[in-house]
Write a protein that binds this ligand. Structure first.
Ligand code: NAD
Length: 314
């Protein structure tokens, strides 16, 4: 089986390429990426071919999809603050780009698994968030991901395309980028704690998230690709845990083995207060999947950042 991963040089994409390449039923892995936030280095040591191109370039994505038996579509302009700064660009890449990938898949009836986002639920106070809840995107990013997810499901309904739209919650782990204004919370905390710098928290730190280790996501996506799992409705990809940022910081502080100063900054526009997935539908589709627990995933992650910092110093 040949698998094309759009966004394959990114954080989740490169972890996925590694997992796919190790699977006995996968013969070839191709990462298709324009390297805007991803990097070639993420694929070091991974048996995957990198095709540098944009999903906005229709001939390029058509040619890449033509050689694949299944597509995992992760390419996007992630992050809420980036979309607040440039909503048109986020819409273009995330929504229009997804329709380009879908058109390429439709031509050859190629199954597609696509990354949606828990941000589509918006500020609902109902927890856990189950897929039947109304969606209320609160940021241009969330709106663009909902548009993309809707397009994926509409291609399933209209053209009978085999589709699976997974609403990722907060994914963390090795390769997640750090050191820029749009970095996610775990890399930011881990990096600051390891360097002995203050940690900045937006809001009071009591906001909660359902964190999923990237190794669990990569394994689940690989299984979905190999077994050709499909669903006519969106599916949460998280396991129903709920951790506040203050709790998270405490665990990272223990792993880093040093005290960390906390600075509380104003809450960011578009950020969601609480997040926790109902994982019932996911468990129906992937009954054998056992996710990596938070403590084990954080230990792997902190030790990965530690190695990055050490090798940058050498
Ligand atoms: P990432 O930025 O590391 O990966 C996105 C990849 O897409 C990058 O490698 C980037 O270079 C590539 N890309 C961007 N524009 C492109 C284009 N026009 N053509 C080709 N490639 C392009 O981010 P990630 O965290 O790995 O996110 C992967 C997917 O998961 C995204 O769709 C994101 O919306 C979704 N997601 C991630 C999380 C999370 O917690 N990380 C949560 C919800 C949803």
């Amino acid at each position: 089986m040949r698998v094309l991963v759009t966004g394959g040089a990114g954080f989740i994409g490169a972890n996925l390429c590694r997992e796919l390449a190790a699977h006995p039923r996968v013969a070839e892995v191709v990462a298709f990426d324009d390297l805007t936030t991803g990097s070639e280095r993420n694929l070091d040591g991974v048996e995957a071919r990198l095709v540098v191109g944009s999903i906005l370039d229709r001939p390029a994505i058509d040619a890449a999809v033509a050689e694949a038996d299944v597509v995992v579509h992760l390419a996007a302009r992630p992050s809420v603050p980036r979309s607040v700064a440039d909503p048109v660009r986020s819409h273009l890449v995330n929504a229009t780009g997804t329709v380009h990938v879908l058109e390429a898949c439709r031509r050859r009836d190629t199954p597609i698994i696509a990354a949606s986002s828990s941000s589509v639920y918006g500020p609902t106070r109902i927890l856990p968030k189950h897929e039947e809840l109304p969606t209320r995107p609160q940021s241009p990013y969330a709106a663009s991901k909902l548009a993309a997810e809707s397009a994926v499901l509409a291609y399933g309904a209209t053209y009978g395309l085999p589709v699976l739209a997974l609403r990722f919650f907060n994914v963390y782990g090795p390769l997640q980028s750090v050191g820029h204004a749009y970095a996610a919370v775990i890399p930011t905390f881990a990096d600051a704690a390891l360097r002995g710098q203050p940690v900045h928290i937006h809001g009071d730190g009591r906001q909660t998230r359902d964190f999923t280790y990237v190794g669990s996501v990569a394994r689940l996506l690989t299984d979905a690709a190999v077994r050709r799992v499909t669903s006519p409705t969106p599916v949460n990809l998280a396991f129903g845990t709920r951790t506040s940022l203050l709790e998270l910081l405490e665990r990272i502080r223990e792993l880093a083995g040093r005290p960390v100063e906390v600075v509380f900054d104003p809450a960011r526009p578009g950020d969601v207060r609480d997040s926790q997935a109902d994982s019932g539908r996911l468990e129906e589709l992937f009954p054998d999947h056992r996710p990596v627990p938070l403590d084990a995933g954080l230990a792997e992650t902190v030790s990965w950042y530690e190695r990055q910092i050490a090798s940058a110093r050498r």
